[in-house]
Design a protein around this ligand. Structure first.
Ligand code: ADP
Ligand code: MG
Length: 417
C-alpha cells in the first residue's frame, strides 16, 4: 500500500501531460478531431498553401464551380490536417452567406480495392456508419452513391485522403467520380485529392487527367523551424509548459527535420520524451529527448523483428550470433554455418544456403543488418555482413549463445516455407 501511494505521489508531482487528446489527434473520431485540430493546428506555417487552396475554392461563393485539386506532399507534411481545417472553415463561411456547401472526408489511408473505395465514399456521405457487404455488385454501389448524393444540392466536396491507395490503381474510381457521377447528380461536385506520392500523376491514365482539369498544390516537408513552432503550440495545449525546456523542443525539431520533416514523427518524439520525463525527473530537457529517441528506435526495431517469419528470425539471429564470435564482419558462409547449427538444436529443417542468402538481403533491406555486396575479384561476389542494431536489441535477440531466444519464437513464429 505504502509503495503504491509513494509511486502515485511521485507520479502526481512529475505529471507533465495535462491533456493527452491534444497529443494524438489521429486516434479521435472525426468530429472530435476537427474540434481538437482547431486548438493544435498551427496554420501560420501552412498559410501560403491554405491561401492558394482557399482562392481555388472562392468561386463557390459566387455560385461558380472550381475544378478538382490534387495536393502533393510527403507524409507528415500536414496535408490532411490542413485540408480538414480549411474545408471546415470554408463550410462555415458558405453557411453564413447562405451558399449550400458540404464536404466529406473519404479515408483511403489504408489500401482499398475499387469496391472498398466506393464503400468509403458512400459511408462518408450517408452518415449511417453502415458498411456495405462484400459481394454487392459494383453497379449497385454506384447507384447508391448517386442516390445519396442527390439528397444534397449546392456544392459538394469530396476530400479523398491518399487517393493513390486504390489497388490495382485508382483509374476506375477517378473515372466514376470525375466523369460519370457529375452527369448523374444535381449538385456540383468538387474532388480534392491528397497523395504522398510525388510521381502519382505519371501513373494515371492521361484521359483521366484531361477530364479532371485539376490544379496542383504542393506541401513541402517541414523544416526545423516549422516543426519547432508546431511543437511549441502543442506543448501549450497538452503539457505543463513550466516543465518543458525550450532546448528540448529545438532538439526534437532538429531530429525530425534531419529525418524527413515529418510532423507526426516530431509529435511522437515529444510524447515519448514527455513520458520519459514523467517516469524520471519530471522535467523535459535535452536528456529526456535523447532517451526517448533511443527508446523509440529500439521499440520500432523490436516491432519489426517480432513481425518476422521463423526462418527470417533464425537467419537474423545467425547473423548476430556469428558476429558475436568477435568478428566485426561475417560472410554468408559463416552465417550459414551458425544458421545450420541453430536449426539442428531447434530441430527445424534448414533452408539451402541460397535461400538464406536471400533472407540476408531482405534483412539488409529492412536495416536489420548491414550487408553490402562486395566483389572478390575472380571469386565472384559476396556480402560483408555487419551489425546495424543497437546493443540492447542484439542482446535480447542473441542472448549470449542464441539458445534462449529461439524457444520463444518457435511458439509464436509462423513457418514460411
Ligand atoms: P499528411 O496528411 O501530410 O501525412 P497530416 O496532416 O496527417 O500529414 O499530419 C500528421 C500529424 O502531424 C497530424 O496528426 C498533426 O498531429 C501533426 N501536424 C502536421 N502539420 C501540423 C501543423 N501545421 N500544426 C500542428 N500539427 C501538425
Ligand atoms: Mg494524411
Amino acid at each position: 500500500m505504502g509503495l503504491i501511494q509513494t509511486l502515485y505521489a511521485k507520479r502526481r508531482k512529475n505529471s507533465l501531460i495535462l491533456n493527452p487528446d491534444y497529443l494524438d489527434d489521429e486516434k479521435l473520431p472525426e468530429e472530435e478531431r476537427t474540434a481538437v485540430l482547431k486548438e493544435i493546428f498551427n496554420r501560420r506555417i501552412r498559410e501560403p498553401q491554405l491561401a492558394r487552396i482557399a482562392q481555388h475554392l472562392t468561386p463557390v461563393l459566387d455560385g461558380g464551380h472550381p475544378p478538382a485539386a490534387l495536393i502533393y506532399g510527403p507524409t507528415g507534411s500536414g496535408k490532411t490536417v490542413s485540408l480538414l481545417h480549411l474545408l471546415s472553415s470554408f463550410e462555415r463561411v458558405c453557411a453564413k452567406r447562405g451558399m449550400p456547401f458540404r464536404y466529406f472526408y473519404v479515408d483511403l489511408t489504408s489500401p482499398k480495392t475499387y469496391f472498398g473505395a466506393l464503400n468509403e465514399v458512400a459511408l462518408a456521405m450517408d452518415g449511417s456508419g453502415r458498411r456495405y457487404r462484400k459481394g454487392i455488385p459494383i453497379g449497385y454501389m454506384q447507384e447508391r452513391i448517386v442516390e445519396i448524393m442527390n439528397r444534397y444540392h449546392g456544392t459538394l466536396c469530396l476530400l479523398i485522403d491518399e487517393a493513390d491507395n486504390v489497388r490495382p490503381n485508382a483509374d476506375a474510381l477517378l473515372t466514376f467520380l470525375g466523369k460519370t457521377l457529375p452527369r448523374k447528380v444535381g449538385c456540383r461536385l468538387i474532388l480534392i485529392m491528397l497523395t504522398n506520392r510525388l510521381d502519382w500523376e505519371k501513373a494515371l491514365d492521361p484521359r483521366i487527367l484531361s477530364f479532371l482539369k485539376k490544379s496542383d498544390f504542393i506541401f513541402e516537408p517541414y523544416d526545423a523551424l516549422d516543426l519547432y513552432e508546431i511543437l511549441k503550440q502543442r506543448v501549450e495545449k497538452a503539457l505543463d509548459e513550466r516543465k518543458v525546456e525550450e532546448g528540448a523542443l529545438r532538439r526534437i525539431a532538429a531530429y525530425a527535420s534531419r529525418e524527413t520533416g515529418d510532423a507526426r514523427k516530431a509529435v511522437e518524439l515529444l510524447v515519448k520524451a514527455a513520458k520519459v520525463a514523467e517516469d524520471t525527473t519530471g522535467k523535459l530537457a535535452g536528456e529526456e529527448v535523447e532517451v526517448a529517441a533511443e527508446t523509440l528506435e529500439v521499440d520500432k526495431t523490436g516491432e519489426l523483428i517480432r513481425a518476422l517469419a521463423t526462418q527470417q528470425k533464425l537467419s537474423l539471429i545467425a547473423c548476430y550470433a556469428s558476429l558475436a564470435k568477435g568478428r566485426s564482419k561475417s560472410s554468408t558462409g559463416q552465417v550459414y554455418a551458425v544458421y545450420s547449427q541453430l536449426c539442428q538444436t531447434q530441430e527445424i529443417k534448414p533452408l539451402t544456403q541460397r535461400r538464406v542468402s536471400n533472407m540476408i538481403s531482405f534483412l539488409d533491406l529492412y536495416g536489420l543488418i548491414n550487408a553490402p555486396v562486395v566483389s572478390r575479384g575472380r571469386y565472384g561476389q559476396t556480402r560483408e555482413i555487419a551489425a546495424s542494431l543497437p546493443k540492447e536489441v542484439v542482446d535480447g535477440l542473441v542472448h549470449g549463445d542464441g539458445k534462449k531466444a529461439p524457444r520463444e519464437w518457435r511458439k509464436s513464429g509462423s513457418p514460411d516455407d
